[in-house]
Design a protein around this ligand. Sequence first.
Ligand code: NAP
Length: 259
Amino acid sequence: MDLGISGKTAIVCASSKGLGLGCAQALAAEGVNLVMNARGAEALEASAAAIRADHGVTVATVSGDITTEDVRAQVIEAAGGADILVNNAGGPPPGIWSDWSRDDFIAAFDANMLTPIALMQAVLPGMMGKGWGRIVNITSQSVKAPVPQLGLSNTARTGLTGFVAGTARQVADKGVTINNLLPGIHATDRADALDGPVAKGAGISLDEARARRAQTIPTRRYGTIEEFGAACAFLCSVHAGFIVGQNLLADGGATNATI
Ligand code: NAP
């Protein structure tokens, strides 16, 4: 299927590795020019170079922390009028409800709620003016079903979801869609960071911890960044114009719910 987005420009935040990289690769494969971002310049440049070589699209890079106003401004400037925005940032640390201070919550809100909101506010006027735009926020299955040790994520991402629910319906008549893509467990560094403490606590290897977690998922495996990227690219396509304000799970069926 031709997604109809060749020649468009996308900002993909937090995209040197993992799910963000999967989205950047999938969009580039459709001929979309990119602005990629991550804090670590070396990995970012390597990923950008690989995408240029594989897909022949233009890739600008902005290294720096997307939770800062300065880096967000650089990303917006580099895009020069984004058609597509994929919001992403690192996830908050695990713990339990009694662990977290006000500062921990503020940091989680900054990364996983206020930063994507600020970027949406920055690009929406341009997209609405052009009469076309696509925004996908990478959130988490924790929005649909709380992950007990990820209270910071449960909280911040639910706030973002509320903002999107209202805003998506206010901009849809201008040809702009906003949707959230909710990853369940995918084979990335973030999954290792979550599985590591589980392995340590149970006195088992990381591979064994992964294998045990995989058994809890109907697919009996972790998701791949390629699968995730393909779902994101579809939501960014011309064919997804009637999908508005949705929360699409990509979790191998792990969230046990009828709807
Ligand atoms: P990952 O493999 O650790 O990759 C994270 C990417 O984001 C890297 O490119 C990283 O590069 C960049 N990054 C992190 N913080 C950043 C910041 N403040 N500013 C700019 N770039 C930043 O993580 P992932 O698995 O792709 O996860 C992406 C998001 O999905 C996270 O919020 C995570 O919590 C959520 N999620 C993931 C899973 C999963 O199973 N993987 C499941 C549910 C939700 P630098 O470190 O160089 O900045």
